[in-house]
Write a protein that binds this ligand. Structure first.
Ligand code: FAD
Length: 394
């Protein structure tokens, strides 16, 4: 049986960031990352790929180049956990033991929970930013549309970056306007939730943005089926359970998401299937040698890479303390950030914490749409990600 002092499940945003920080803190640590993929993607760029500003390939790097020096990469997929025995089992048939475990396999995108979606996405006007394989179709269908209905959806439940479903809607609307076809196109944003954004300060601004742009918002609409042949989106109303049909010419679908099945079926899972950790220390509530962060964790905040930037130092400090049998003193306050792109030259930079209070970085009102914040999203944040965060520097 292979055994490592620290095993990290998932080499995405959280896994690589934590591994880099641990190695920076103590190069002698014996760390392994279990990650099946050859490629690592900076997923926040997919909004801009969908809006035609970048090619899909520009969002990816080779995973091998991101694994920190001295960390072992086990290119396999975890199938199940045995936390009582401090071990886990992989798809490749290996049993791997650990002293400490960090669980960061991200969120699961459930394409098959919307009938007809899996078969149709990427074709006939059906697109989605939520996979490297489909994100190119978003720009294809936005740029090809000259008239008709452009429909955008947001499902019930947690999704990665709660503001992302409306970002692509605003970009599409701006593109239609700039290319002279806006008057021929009805833009509709449907969402299962009751409001556009969770935090009032930003919600109020985004309601005005939608209204100014003439984007029709329909709340409590949960997409359940895409009928590609007749170009119909079928919804269930969240309150009345009524069936609602909307005809579209292009539809951007944000699919339902959940905790990964292999996590929700394990002893590590708590309510909703997420890895059950203390919301401040990020330590597992029942297994003291297990920590979790990022999209797969139970942390009750919006699931973003920006949140992970603040979670990672807390995991590292508390894990190192636990190894020395000291108490966990580092505390995460729920900080998260959602850069809501509102057009090709404007962005509202929402930042807030567990209390739902704004926790803004800059000395100005970030709820105002700004070109400078758009430039930050387009150029600053990707550089910060690849060269700072994934190196454990910021
Ligand atoms: P991921 O980065 O998804 O990594 C999970 C890793 O685990 C993957 O590499 C996967 O291969 C691996 N894995 C999965 N299953 C297993 C298994 N069984 N065994 C081993 N490994 C496994 N965030 C922002 O901060 N700002 C934004 O503007 C923003 N916009 C977004 C727009 C879009 C369209 C999308 C899709 C996301 C956006 N996000 C944004 C969210 C951000 O990308 C995620 O929150 C972040 O990547 C989550 O990091 P993670 O490490 O938890 O999961």
């Amino acid at each position: 049986m292979d055994h490592h002092q620290i095993v990290i499940v998932g080499g995405g945003t959280a896994g690589i960031t934590v591994a880099a920080r641990l190695k920076n803190a103590d190069p002698s640590l014996d760390i392994a990352i279990i990650e099946p993929s050859e490629k690592h993607y900076y997923q926040p760029l997919w909004t801009l790929v969908g809006g035609g500003m970048f090619k899909p390939v520009e969002s990816g790097r080779d995973e091998a180049d991101l694994i920190p020096y001295g960390v072992k990469w086990i290119q396999d997929r975890v199938d199940s956990f045995s936390p009582g025995a401090n071990s886990l089992f992989t798809r490749g048939g290996e049993t791997i033991g650990y002293d400490y475990l960090i669980v960061a396999p991200g969120i699961q995108v459930n394409w098959d929970q919307v009938k007809g979606l899996k078969e149709s996405v990427g074709k006939d006007g059906v697109c989605s930013n939520y996979s490297i394989d489909t994100v190119a179709s978003t720009w294809k269908f936005i740029s090809e549309l000259k008239e008709g209905v452009a429909l955008f959806t947001q499902p019930a439940g947690a999704v990665k970056c709660g503001g992302a479903p409306q970002k692509i809607c605003y970009l599409a609307e701006d593109h239609f306007r700039r290319s002279g076809v806006r008057k021929n196109i009805e833009v509709i944003f449907t969402l299962a939730g009751p409001r556009l954004f969770a935090v009032d300060k930003y919600r109020e601004v985004l309601e005005k943005v939608a209204s100014r742009k003439g984007v029709e918002t329909r709340f409590r609409h949960n997409l359940v089926e895409v009928r590609a042949a007749s170009k119909e989106a079928i919804y269930r109303h969240m309150d009345t359970n009524d069936e609602i049909v909307i005809k579209y010419d292009m539809i951007h679908v944000t699919p339902p998401m959940s905790a990964p099945d292999f996590v929700s079926q394990s002893e590590l899972a708590g309510e909703g299937g997420w890895v059950e950790v203390d919301k401040h220390s990020l330590q597992h509530t029942r297994f003291a040698n297990v920590f979790s962060l990022g999209d797969a964790s139970s942390l009750p905040t919006s699931k973003t890479g920006a949140a992970i930037r603040k979670q990672a130092p807390v995991v590292v400090e508390n894990l190192l303390a636990t190894m020395k049998q000291e108490p966990c003193q580092a505390s995460y306050d729920g900080y998260t950030s959602c850069p809501v792109v509102t057009g090709y030259d404007s962005l509202v930079l929402a930042e807030f914490d567990y209390s739902g209070q704004p926790a803004e970085t800059f000395p100005f009102d970030q709820s105002r749409e700004r070109f400078s914040m758009f430039l930050l999203k387009k150029f600053g944040l990707p550089a910060l990600y690849w060269h700072g965060m994934l190196r454990g520097r910021v």
